[in-house]
Design a protein around this ligand. Structure first.
Ligand SMILES: Cc1ncc(COP(=O)(O)O)c(C=O)c1O
Length: 376
């Protein structure tokens, strides 16, 4: 993993350990942006090439989650993916309940609550000791449940959910299952067929090393034809080039969940980032990050600090959260020592990726020791 680090110039001067917020920029992604600008300079408009790139990104995303290209929509954010999907759901029937969780990223929960005006009943699974309370989830999922929505990894403290078990509970009650994969994809193996999920959303700017401007949606192939998105546009049509204005004919595949012109510069970055991650291999990334996190967690405990939740290795995503009396002050103190992290909800978030090393962990632990007063 050491050699990969040479491709990320930030490591020449900084311990960047903040991929839960934004992945580090590689030479390859920088070059991809350059390629886009060069194309603009030399050709001006190159729509054929850009549309092909859109398809390449779709295929790479499909490879990442074990799906078919036809099951993937490439959108401009995870929020856009989610709202397009939600616009195709019907909350008027007997199944009008959405079971979300207290671990939901705001955009997910807000999108569900917006559906109350369309007849949806929204309930939240609570947390217990930083993990979803599965017994509570079982109580909430029944014959009234349309869909269960769960994050793969919680953005506040890094808990990794047992998606296969939750999926089974949802399906046994006849409900659909959606996973918000954003905080895990690229660092945690995730296969839609193995896990049996119906929908998944994510984006490319974190562990996938790409850029803002690209989100995505996976939809199980057999569900697509009965979902009619109300939030739509010309890139969602069966024939993008038909330019028909007297009807709406959604694409037969998951492209029907797209809308307008894709974020073209971001497609270049996304492809380069995805290629990098797929080449390193998500299983290898997972093992490396778990090795780093084990040392980090032991070190924090030795310093007398507290992890936000005591998670076993296999219930922890790539991010480790550490409790603080003033999380913003702690991020600033670490930054003064050239260590970039982030915070949420009173926690310092340390989020390693394959390009991080034991040296980064040692630097974080040394800075935490210096700032012990900010640990709880
Ligand atoms: C778990 C999770 N879901 C959704 C989002 C929002 O993604 P977007 O801004 O692409 O809509 C984020 C962003 O940090 C996230 O961490």
């Amino acid at each position: 993993m050491e050699n990969y680090r040479l491709d990320f110039p930030i490591f020449t001067h900084t311990h960047y350990i903040n991929s839960c917020s934004y992945g580090a920029l590689s030479h390859q992604v920088e070059a991809a942006y350059g390629e886009y600008l060069n194309c603009r300079k030399t050709r001006g408009a190159d729509w054929m090439n850009w549309c092909e790139r859109h398809e390449i990104v779709r295929d790479r995303l499909a490879q990442l989650v074990g799906a078919k290209g036809d099951e993937m929509a490439v959108t401009t954010s995870a929020s856009a993916a989610l709202s397009s999907l939600i616009s195709s759901l019907d909350f008027k029937g007997k199944r009008n309940r959405v079971v979300t969780t207290d671990q939901a990223f705001p955009t997910e929960a807000q999108n569900w609550h917006a559906q109350a005006t369309r007849g949806a009943e929204i309930v939240h699974v609570r947390e217990q000791d930083g993990q979803l309370d599965i017994e509570h989830l079982r109580e909430l999922v029944d014959e009234r449940t349309l869909l269960v929505a769960v994050p793969l990894v919680c953005y506040r403290h890094g808990a990794l959910n047992d998606i296969a078990t939750i999926c089974k509970i949802a399906h046994e009650a006849g409900a659909l299952m959606l996973v918000d994969g954003y905080q895990g994809l690229g660092a945690v193996p995730f296969d839609v067929r193995e896990l049996d999920v119906d929908f998944a959303v994510g984006g490319t700017l974190k562990y996938l090393l790409g850029s803002a401007g690209i989100g995505f949606l996976y939809v199980r192939e057999t569900l697509i034809e009965n979902l009619y998105p109300l939030q739509t546009g010309w890139f969602a049509q069966a024939d993008i080039h038909a330019m028909k204005i007297h009807g709406n004919e959604p694409a037969p595949n998951a492209r029907r969940f797209e809308q307008g012109t894709p974020s073209v510069p971001s497609l270049y970055a996304a492809q380069a980032g995805l290629d990098y991650v797929l080449n390193v291999g998500v299983k290898n990334i997972r093992k490396h990050v778990q090795d780093l996190n084990r040392v980090l967690k032991t070190g924090v405990t030795r310093l007398g600090g507290n992890l936000t939740s005591q998670l076993k290795d296999n219930a922890q995503g790539p991010m480790v959260a550490i409790r603080s009396t003033d999380d913003h002050a702690l991020v600033a103190a670490l930054e003064a020592d050239n260590i970039v992290t982030s915070c949420r909800d009173g926690n310092l978030r340390v989020s390693a990726h394959f390009y991080n090393t034991m040296e980064d962990i040692a630097a974080v632990l040394a800075a935490l020791e210096k700032n012990r007063g900010l640990l709880v």
